[in-house]
Design a protein around this ligand. Sequence first.
Ligand code: FES
Ligand SMILES: [Fe+2]
Length: 380
Amino acid sequence: MNRTEEIRIARRLLDHIQNGTAESAPHQHKVEIGRYTDSDLWADEVEAFYRCSPIVAGMSCELAGPGAYMARHIVGVPVLIVRDAQGTISAFLNVCTHRGAPVAAGCGRASRFTCPYHAWTYDQSGRLIGVTSEDTFGPLDRSRHGLTQLPCAERAGLIFVGLKPDMPFDIDSWLAGVGDHIADDGPEMLHLGGERLIEAPNWKIVMEGHLESYHFASLHRNSVGPTTFNNCGTIDRFGPHILITVAHRHIVDLIGRPESEWHPLRDGMMTAQYVLFPGASITLLANGMMAQMVRPGRHVGHSTNHMVMGFYERPENPDVVAGQTAFLDFIETVLRDEDYAMGFEIQNGMGSGALTHATLGMNEPGVIYFHQIMRELLGR
Ligand code: FES
Ligand SMILES: [Fe+2]
């Protein structure tokens, strides 16, 4: 985020704090409970939002340097992402063209990928360059047996992929300016500091929690609540994406100081969180940038949050590593024991028949906008 924006947002937060106001939607909003419980709708949304839009697959710092690769399942699709010798990333379906085995697992560095099943080999651009016992296998047109390429792009320290080979993939129009808004913070300076995989409830319940600070004082009363302003944030929209900021208590130290001395992000006085549709949350923190990739799981009531953190400080010595690990442990604990423990209860409550609708308040404009976007993009 550039300085002008950082100061503009800090000013808005301070105005709300001093006036006791909050950013507001024009009306309350009702969400039918089926939006959280209907398995058919859930499947349609996974297809439309996750499998047909550019989604965040990881952070650039996960693929540091030529030859770095990572293989992961993204909403059930096996994906291989590779950075070549020129530093360009490519993405493929991680599916061997012989009989479908994954050609790579985990992450690492490689100039070629040898399928573990019968050892066919592919290069970094997905070309088939080796067929085991080709003389006995019989004739094969190698040029038609490369890995299937997926659309991908790198913006703002993030890796975006499309999960269908021929889908439309205009990353800059999809990001609607949000990539530039994030990028000014220098994500190329980040060093991979760790990752976590956390089991979570329905992905929409998880994302709603990212889009308001109305729950901080109550649900997070023993963790982040005491250090943040409850029910006080700014909301900005970039196409289907939303920037929400949260003010930390000591942001009031800025009052009376000249704006030239204001560094609220660096000084941990505010947190900026970009919710990239459908399910990624990119947080700018004083110590780095965190990507939370929330993806629908096995059924309507399940998702996973793959959390990856890039720190500004290189994890070079044990003290730094211990500090970074403790930071990630803290975030993971808050998410798992507070947000997601509550989210699983909510999911259960939604299925109980007690409610026909959830009611979103005017003080929850981010959540309202999220639901409006889903309705628009799904066409219902
Ligand atoms: S499935 Fe990959 S070599 Fe046979
Ligand atoms: Fe929360």
